[in-house]
Design a protein around this ligand. Sequence first.
Ligand code: ATP
Ligand code: MG
Length: 587
Amino acid sequence: MSQEPINNAASSSAPASTNFIRNIIEADLAANKHAMRRWSGRPGPAAQQLAGPLDPARIRTRFPPEPNGYLHFGHAKSICLNFGLAQDYGGRCHLRFDDTNPEKEEQEYVDSIIDSVRWLGFSWDDPGSGGAVESECNLYFASNYFDWMVQFAEYLITSGHAYVDSQSAEQMRATRGTLTDTGSDSPYRTRSLEENMDLFKRMQQGEFPDGAHILRAKIDMAAANINLRDPAIYRIRHASHHNTGDRWCVYPMYTYAHPIEDALENITHSICTLEFADQRPFYDWLLERLAEGGLLQCPLPQQIEFSRLNLTYIVLSKRKLIQLVEEKHVAGWDDPRLPTLVGARRRGYPAEGFRLFAERVGASRSDSLIEYTQLEDTMREVLNESTERRVAVLDPLKLIIDNYPVGQSEECFAPNHPLKAETGKRAMPFGRELWIEREDFMEHPSKGYHRLFPGNLARLRYGYVVRCTGCERDESGAVSVVHCEYLPDSKSGTPGADGYKVKGNLHWVSVADACLAEVRLYDRLFSVPSPGARREDDPEGVERDFLADLNPDSIRVIHAWLEPALKNARAEERFQFERHGYFVADR
Ligand code: ATP
Ligand code: MG
């Protein structure tokens, strides 16, 4: 079982601010923009028949993860945004694996991503409506488009928009220019179309080693935007790919592949994070050239950027997450302390909490760092509504009711949810010996302490009022047993109960019936809001190792006594343990 500590911070957040994206979509729908799809120029290959023909009333978005890691909380924002917009506007959202890089991509990641998107509550299968709206399965792999990507690259060569460069990587870097200086043309920029085509074909046939040549778009080495200075579009990589095996030894660059993937799938609004804003001119340039050549139909997809999700106390960089797992700072990708979706699920965070959180943080173009407590508060809000209450004693101390007959037991009834009478009550066995929390007894009480101390009355929740009579200590001096007497006419739910006004109200489980369980109490993985950030008292300092900010006490494993009803808890079933917080039965 994993714990979410209770925190009473207020949990109101501003409503969604996805308005700027919604405004664009609504304007496009009002203008029937995507109903005007037409072939421009010469007829080309029927590439865009992957996804069904566009309906003017439909938008198409996509979530395009690269299968090189597990999904994290940032991805959840993107998933909820893309699938959510498609849902809201009666459109479709594709799950597309952006698997164009043969290195680092694995089936394990593909499977886990599929599972996490489903878990979040979204689907790429659209059953259609039986009539005009056909069913669609919108699960795609970018690597299935390699033939088209090569064909499009060859078109760029023949139309004078691409050339094979044979400079070394260092030479290319040196001639690329800087933010303030323009770049200079490669000596290979003027190669003939025939020579370019011949070299690109031979690159595909595996005649050259990695890095010997590269295909570049021919745009403008003096462009103010560095991304337009003849960006690389195809490189040689003698590597096996998880989907296409050894079929290819040239692979497209991400910035070339991504716009083509969007266009082939008839994506209308290609929503991505802000770091791609500088790539948008190339995105548009490429698709416009291909449309001119009749290879794609217009209107083309539109790229729209929003700011990434950043949260305090966690890291969301894939590299850092991989490092935490590989160096075993956590127990695996689904360690409940990691900000991965598989981890969150094991921690007991509900999918609905992520959807609500995404709606609250909205999407805007300004960078922001969101307090982790905002996420926690949202999760608690959902859990408070949805989880049943149960009783668990995490730090047990034995309570003996000396005037309760040995061997006798009876049932007490506890509501499953205080706000939902329809969820009913469950029986909790009560007997002479109970487990209570160690902190619910003090031999010498401090001021304002209303629980058990010699002479004081307190209520055993859903049971009787008891008067504490004293305690026993073991050889070490620690309290080992507390003694009390119960007041037989005080049972909760009976007319006599109202006659007792006591301030202390404790939870308990019967010693004879309780079940013992391993309980894991989780705290934050990092002990500072921005792991690895330079310290405020050292403004000159460099970025520090984020591992130095790991919280050494992020997990505590204990053994606790649970009420018998919890014996039947199903894996992933979540509960609120009264007076403690939220817990989930581990898978
Ligand atoms: P990489 O460095 O490997 O590209 P990535 O985090 O961008 O890492 P992708 O698999 O490319 O991972 O991401 C899939 C989608 O999720 C992209 O559209 C990306 O913009 C979005 N995304 C990733 N991180 C965040 C984040 N922190 N907030 C919102 N969206 C995110
Ligand atoms: Mg990415």
